[in-house]
Design a protein around this ligand. Structure first.
Ligand code: PHE
Length: 403
C-alpha cells in the first residue's frame, strides 16, 4: 500500500517534469498548484493546500498504463476548458486550477487517488474517469464525501447509479450497444455475429450483454461469445474458435490496446470477418498499434471530427492550435465535462459540494462539443451516437443514430 502510494506520487511528479520540457505551446495549461509542478522528494507527498485564491478541481485519469491515451486526451481537453474559463475571468472572481492524479489504468489506484483528492486536496469537483471500471471504483468515495463527480466518458449505466453526486456527460451503453446491433443488422445486413469480450471490464461486459440482446431482438443470431482478460497478449485460441463459427461480424467491445492486438492476430490467422466495436476503440493509438489490420471495421462513438457544425469545428481548430493534433472523443468529452462543472460552479450560490451538485443536476441544453447535454433524473444525458468506419489511419463518419 505504502509502496503503491509512493509510486503514484512519483508518477505525478514525472508527468509534471515532462510537461515542462514538452513542445506543448502552453506547458502550463494545467494550472496545478506550484507544489505539483516543481520536482520534489518522491518520498514527500505534494503540498496539499492550493493557493488561497484558487478554486481547485480534481481529476483522476490513466496517464500511464494500457489506457494511457484515454487519460492524456481527457486531461488535455479539461486543461483547455480550464484555461478558457480563466481567460474569461474565472469563477466568482477566482481562478481555477486542476490537480491531476494518474491511476495507471488501474481501478484500485483510481480509488486511492479520489480519496487523496477529497481528503488531502479538498477539491470542489472531481472529473473522471474514462474507463467504467475505474469510475465504479471512484464513485462510492465521491458520493460518501458529497463531492460531485462528473465522468466525461464512462458509459456503463451503473456508474451514475452509485448516487446523486455522480454524473456523466456521455450517453450510456444500453444505447451504444443498440446502435451497433442496429447498424450491423440493418446496414451491414449481418445475420451471424460472434463476440469477443473483456471479462475484466465492466464496460465490455455491459456492452456485450446489450449487443447480444438487441441483435437477437432484431432477428440476428449470436453464434458464439469468447472472452479474454484486459492485458492478455495472446488471443489466438479464442480467434481460432471464432474462425470455425463462420460469422459475418465480430463484435469486440474492448479498449484500443487489446483491440489492436486482436485485429493483428485475427489477420494472421486468416479470419475474414468485419470487426465492430464501441467508443473504447477511439484513439490514434489504434492505428499505431494495429496498423492496417483494423481497416474496414465499424465503431460507435460520441463525436466525429468530420462533423461540419461550427461548434465542433471551432473546438477542433482551437485544440489543434494548442496541441498540434486532432482531438478524439475523449478530449471533446473532457472539455465538455469541465465546462459543465465550471458553469455549475458559476451558478452555485456557494461553493460547497451540495450546492454545486444541485447546479450540475439541472444542466440543460448545454452546448457540448460531443452533443447537447441535458441531464435526466438519473444524471445521464440523452444524446445521439455516430457510427464511424475505420480507414487507414483515421475514422470516417458514416452515420448518426438518434436515441
Ligand atoms: N466508454 C468507455 C467506458 O465506459 C470509455 C471510453 C469512452 C473510451 C470514450 C474511449 C472513448 O469504459
Amino acid at each position: 500500500m505504502r509502496l503503491s502510494l509512493l509510486l503514484a506520487c512519483a508518477a505525478v511528479l514525472t508527468i509534471g517534469c515532462e510537461k515542462k520540457t514538452s513542445t506543448d505551446p502552453k506547458p502550463a495549461e494545467v494550472k496545478q498548484p506550484v507544489a505539483d509542478t516543481k520536482p520534489a522528494e518522491p518520498a514527500k507527498p505534494p503540498e496539499a493546500k492550493p493557493a488561497e485564491d484558487v478554486l481547485l478541481l480534481g481529476e483522476v485519469g490513466s496517464l500511464t498504463g494500457s489506457e494511457a491515451a484515454f487519460g492524456i486526451s481527457t486531461r488535455d481537453g479539461i486543461a483547455m476548458a480550464i484555461d478558457e474559463a480563466n481567460e474569461a475571468g474565472g469563477v466568482k472572481g477566482k481562478k481555477l486550477a486542476v490537480r491531476v492524479y494518474d491511476d495507471q489504468s488501474k481501478p484500485e489506484e483510481a480509488a486511492s487517488a479520489v480519496t487523496r483528492l477529497i481528503t488531502q486536496d479538498k477539491v470542489l469537483v472531481i472529473l473522471g474517469e474514462v474507463a467504467s471500471s475505474n469510475s465504479l471504483a471512484m464513485a462510492p468515495k465521491a458520493q460518501e464525501a458529497k463531492t460531485p463527480m462528473i465522468s466525461p466518458s464512462s458509459t456503463n449505466p451503473k456508474v451514475t447509479e452509485i448516487g446523486d453526486y455522480i454524473f456523466r456527460v456521455c450517453f450510456i451503453d444500453p444505447f451504444q450497444g443498440f446502435v451497433m446491433a442496429k447498424y450491423s443488422r440493418e446496414e451491414l445486413k449481418f445475420n451471424n455475429v460472434a463476440i469477443l469480450t473483456d471479462k475484466r471490464s465492466a464496460y465490455s461486459e455491459g456492452l456485450t450483454e446489450v449487443f447480444q440482446k438487441k441483435f437477437a431482438e432484431l432477428g440476428g443470431k449470436i453464434v458464439g461469445v469468447e472472452s479474454y482478460s484486459k492485458g492478455d497478449t495472446d488471443f489466438r485460441a479464442q480467434l481460432t474458435n471464432i474462425k470455425k463459427l463462420k460469422a459475418q461480424g465480430l463484435y469486440v467491445p474492448g479498449y484500443y490496446q487489446d483491440v489492436a492486438v486482436i485485429a493483428e492476430q485475427a489477420k494472421e490467422l486468416g479470419l475474414k470477418v468485419t470487426m465492430m466495436g464501441g467508443d473504447g476503440w477511439d484513439s490514434a493509438k489504434l492505428f499505431e498499434l494495429g496498423g492496417t489490420s483494423v481497416v474496414g471495421s465499424y465503431v460507435s462513438n460520441h463525436y466525429s471530427a468530420d462533423d461540419p457544425s461550427p461548434r465542433v469545428q471551432e473546438f477542433i481548430k482551437k485544440y489543434q492550435a494548442r496541441y498540434k493534433t486532432t482531438p478524439d472523443s475523449l478530449a471533446a468529452l473532457g472539455y465538455d465535462a469541465a465546462r459543465v462543472a465550471i458553469e455549475a460552479m458559476k451558478r452555485a450560490p456557494e461553493l460547497t459540494g451540495p450546492a454545486i451538485r444541485d447546479q450540475i443536476a439541472i444542466t440543460k441544453d448545454f452546448p457540448g462539443v460531443a452533443g447537447t447535454i441535458t441531464l435526466d433524473e438519473k444524471r445521464n444525458p440523452v444524446k445521439p451516437a455516430v457510427v464511424l468506419k475505420v480507414e487507414e489511419g483515421k475514422f470516417k463518419y458514416v452515420s448518426t443514430v438518434a436515441p
